[in-house]
Design a protein around this ligand. Structure first.
Ligand code: A2P
Length: 340
């Protein structure tokens, strides 16, 4: 029942991810029919541009989802919790970028390079969840290795940019840097401590087990996306004073013997991955050079000889693109190719 054009809503259109969704839809020439942009009363009435046309942002509270084919949500977990089911009940397929539905067994959690067939499960609730940004880039890099060598255990430490906390956090980092250089005291609102010139081992709330929710998401979501509960994951998530792009130091232990050359070979052919690994020439993935790119960049691939079959690597991707907007749009591309 494929159509020529699809009516699309972007919920949270004025946010860091929402704006990137519009960029990605335009860049990938997605067949957009009517476009509905929604946000809160804070920015309803503002104008955004898509394909050279101006669109006035509407109020989510007053939105009617009838006639909208697909809604891409990124307004925050509690807002999605309330409005995604309303949109889904109106017959619209929701791709939700928040954590709210990710572990719901009736909601597929999809990374197109890893588990594209899981999209089919959208029929249960008319909702598909987009995984956590740090999880997405990790599973894109690790799934081909898991398929070839069987990953037993993953130890990951993240270096996550402030855009993962939204537009307000990007403003906070830049205001703090300006304040410090002009001898004023930096103000903090989004983070509990100054983020400029600092790193915070604290992303999302702390759980009773001492981990943060962000760290727990990486554990739970990886198992769901791999469809394999046996993979052990241990995560430490750190916020760093970078605007866009997440870095990850990843250590894996595999069932079968593995060499850096084999990893380079497999990843050089893996969808969505680019190997940048020539340390002699100071070539390795960096946040600055990954921003606005679609790929998951992998480098510093080397043996960990403290375990039997161990590999260390450094993985970087643009958290607003592959970590959020691009992955969501790729899910929608699968939906219209095979399902609606
Ligand atoms: P608004 O501009 O009206 O605040 P970010 O993650 O970059 O902070 O962006 C969050 C996005 O979600 C923004 O577009 C924001 O709109 C939107 N949003 C936040 N809360 C609500 C809400 N209660 N209803 C609708 N949109 C919301």
């Amino acid at each position: 029942m494929s159509k020529d054009l699809y009516n699309i809503a972007v919920v949270g259109a004025t946010g860091a991810v929402g704006k990137e969704i519009l960029n990605v839809l335009e860049q990938r020439k997605f067949p957009v029919g009517e476009l509905t942009l929604l946000a809160s009363e804070r920015s309803a009435g503002e104008t955004l541009t898509f394909k050279g046309q101006h669109y006035v942002v509407g109020l989510l509270d007053k939105a009617d989802f009838k006639g909208i084919d697909i809604a891409l949500f990124s307004p925050g977990g509690s807002v999605s919790a309330k409005y995604a089911p309303i949109a889904a009940a109106a017959g619209c397929v929701v791709v939700d970028n928040t954590s709210h539905f990710r572990m719901d067994p009736d909601v597929p959690l999809v990374v197109p390079e890893v588990n594209p067939d899981d999209v089919a499960g959208y029929v249960k609730k008319n909702i598909i969840a987009n995984p956590n940004c740090s999880t997405i880039q990790m599973v894109v890099a690790l799934k081909p290795i898991h398929d070839a060598f069987g990953i037993k255990r993953i130890v990951v430490s993240t270096y996550q940019s402030v855009s993962g906390s939204g537009r307000v956090a990007m403003d906070e980092l830049s205001a703090q840097v300006t304040a410090i250089y002009t001898m004023k005291s930096p103000e903090k609102e989004v983070y509990p401590h100054q983020i400029a010139f600092n790193c915070l081992p604290h992303i999302d709330d702390f759980l009773d087990n001492g981990y943060t929710k962000e760290e727990q998401k990486m554990v739970d979501e990886t198992k769901k996306i791999f469809g394999d509960d046996s993979v052990k994951v241990s995560a430490t998530a750190v916020r760093v004073p970078v605007f866009v792009g997440h870095g990850e130091s990843i250590n894996i232990e595999t069932e079968d013997p593995i060499t850096p050359e084999e990893v380079r070979q497999i990843l050089s052919e893996a969808p969505g991955v680019e190997v940048v690994d020539d340390p002699e020439k100071s070539l390795y993935p960096q946040q600055l050079t990954s921003a606005e790119c679609d790929e998951v960049f992998v480098g510093r691939i080397r043996t960990d000889d403290t375990v039997e079959n161990g590999i260390n690597m450094w993985v970087v991707s643009d958290n607003l693109r592959k970590g959020a907007a691009l992955n969501a749009v790729q899910i929608v591309e699968l939906l219209i190719r095979d399902y609606i």
